[in-house]
Write a protein that binds this ligand. Structure first.
Ligand code: SER
Length: 585
């Protein structure tokens, strides 16, 4: 079964079970300062897991584009991917364990025709925070799974949370027995020898983990499930790696034809990173030296290096891009819509990087010879840093090359040197990437409402062109990027501040209405009109002052916001200005 058929079956099955199909959110999350990319299906739905009402109801199903870069260095092996698609079904305070498990069982055994003999599950074993999940286990048995196919494990295996803080809960994970020999007498689904492959996860999200490590119950019991599409396609097609399924096979084949040397790892890296970069660019990403732009840059550079290593003529890149778009456009029409932009950005970035690559590799060879002569096995951080500083040679490429020559790298020392010398720390942004989901508390909610006031005030003072370009909220401040060609004058800044504070003083009510996207447009609401929240959207009004399409949540009255103060107005990029502002209580 092809991936797209699995996707369609999944959505149809859950639609028939009362779920509304919602579209994938973009890979680049909005209003979420703590992650660079959407890393799980639940991420765009966090407000609704915490109790916000979703305009499409309490039962949703979707496919979500996800990107995880924590394992980026593993790509090239037979299983790790950075970009993947996660199918999900969601109960937002509606059904819970029994129905979730019975639907999962039915879908796997009746619709994907997976035999019960091959199906294994794990449930939460219980600890001081939460009791053993006997209910989940009994639901599996009731559904038809033999008792000896049910295992119990602790938080390490059967508890799901994104990052350190946020909605979470015990989960039950489903595994397929690949038929491989057990690696030992203790081999079970928690073992990663490859005998048991995880195929689906049902998280029973009823807790919130706080920063201090404590747990409280959420206002509702949710179900969050995630099924990795590429992996499922691979298993159902009887393939050993995702690179053999129809998503990757054509590009892998093409790379083999073009390559002058045999290196399957490099071919996989090129195929994988090409797909991820294309998906990021289609969702608005641009290579840069910070945050998500740097992740994109890293993916493109690594792909370029491996193309080069395979001795493939780099002028083939546009052909490879076109081939990939043709293969993937049924699943992701946004690729076709952005065909030109994708090629432009990828080719320009590749060209820029090639010079650095050639000079850096030459220098690296010299260094490695010297170290070999000295019988060393470690490339120390100062060498990595010198290559970086003098030749602009990226540390991750030094590290890749070193590993290929049997060396290890002292990246800790590199990090230290790097931090000392760079103000804009890329590694800092990687750190940030590893963080949890956006916190949602009284302070960030207040900043969210203040952002709407600021947006409208900018429209009044600067004009209708001053539309949102980006937004980022922490408990310390709000940051708002908007389109405007010139630096704001002192007077303009003062005016914006005054207007916002006036609305706060008026203690305007904040109200929410649900309507179709068409109705929202007609009502004059601002906001991004892309198919973000399905057909129905929420429109938040602040008195008569502002009206925006938004997922929420917001304060109920502006009076609680305190005093609004703009701390900084600066350039963000060409034609885009950035404001940082605080609320003082
Ligand atoms: N949130 C869970 C995961 O990412 C299930 O969707 O695995």
């Amino acid at each position: 079964m092809k991936a797209i058929e699995i996707r369609n079956k999944y959505l149809k099955f859950f639609e028939e079970h009362g779920h509304k199909v919602i579209p994938s959110s973009p890979l680049i999350p909005e209003n979420d300062p703590s992650v660079l990319f959407t890393t799980a299906g639940m991420q765009p739905l966090v407000p609704y897991l915490l109790g916000e009402k979703h305009p499409e109801g309490k039962r949703l199903t979707d496919y979500q584009k996800c990107l995880r870069t924590v394992d980026i260095d593993e790509v090239g092996d037979n299983r790790h991917l950075t970009f993947f698609e996660m199918m999900g079904n969601w109960s937002l305070g509606d059904y819970f364990k029994e129905e979730a498990i019975s639907m999962s069982f039915e879908f796997l055994t009746k619709h994907l025709n997976i035999s019960v003999d091959k199906l294994y599950v794990t449930c939460f074993a219980g600890d001081e925070d939460c009791a053993k999940d006997e209910l989940a286990a009994s639901c599996w048995e009731k559904a038809g799974l033999p008792k000896d196919h049910i295992y119990f494990f602790g938080k390490d295996n059967n508890w799901w949370i994104a990052g350190e803080e946020g909605p979470c809960g015990p989960d039950t994970e489903m595994f397929l027995d690949t038929g491989k020999e057990p690696c030992s007498e203790h081999c079970d689904p928690s073992c990663d020898c490859g005998k048991y492959v995880e195929i689906w996860n049902n998280v029973f999200m009823e807790f919130y983990k706080h920063k201090d490590g404590s747990y409280t119950k959420l206002s509702q019991q949710n179900v969050d499930t995630g099924l990795g599409l590429e992996r499922m396609a691979m298993l159902l097609q009887g393939k050993k790696t995702p690179y053999e399924i129809e998503i990757f096979a054509p590009i892998m084949e093409k790379l083999q034809q073009l390559a002058k040397i045999e290196d399957i790892q490099s071919r996989r890296i090129v195929a994988e990173h090409l797909r991820s970069s294309m998906m990021i660019i289609a969702d608005g990403g641009i290579p840069s030296n910070t945050d998500r732009g740097y992740i994109l840059r890293r993916l493109i550079r690594r792909m370029t290096r491996h193309l080069n290593k395979l001795q493939i003529d780099l002028n083939e890149l546009p052909n490879l891009i076109n081939l990939n778009i043709d293969v993937l456009k049924n699943m992701y029409p946004e690729l076709e819509q952005n065909r030109e932009k994708i090629a432009q950005i990828l080719v320009a970035e590749k060209d820029k990087f090639m010079k650095t690559l050639v000079n850096g590799e030459r220098e690296f060879e010299k260094v490695i010879h010297r170290l070999q002569n000295e019988n060393k096995t470690v490339v120390d951080g100062s060498i990595m840093f010198k290559l970086y500083e003098t030749y602009g040679f990226p540390p991750e490429i030094t590290s890749d090359l070193a590993k290929e020559q049997g060396f290890t790298v002292d990246s800790k020392e590199f990090d230290k040197l790097f931090k000392e010398h760079q103000e804009k720390s890329r590694l800092g942004s990687e750190q940030k990437f590893k963080g949890g989901l956006a916190e949602q508390n009284e302070i960030t909610i207040a900043y969210h409402t203040a952002t709407h006031l600021l947006h409208q005030a900018l429209h009044i003072v600067l004009g209708e062109h001053a539309t949102q370009n980006g937004s980022n909220i922490t408990t310390e401040r709000l940051r708002f990027d908007f389109n405007h060609p010139a630096k704001m004058t002192k007077e303009e800044i003062q005016k914006v501040e005054d207007i916002v504070n006036e609305q706060i003083k008026k203690d305007l009510p904040v109200t929410c209405e649900e309507m179709t996207l068409e109705e929202a447009k007609k009502s004059g609401a601002t906001g991004l009109f892309e198919n973000k929240y399905g057909d129905k959207v929420k429109v938040y009004s602040i008195g008569d002052f502002s009206k925006e399409i938004c997922g929420g949540p917001h304060v109920t009255h502006t009076g609680v916001l305190g005093t609004f103060k703009i701390k900084k107005e600066e350039s963000s990029s060409a034609g885009v200005r950035r404001i940082k502002a605080v609320l003082i209580k």
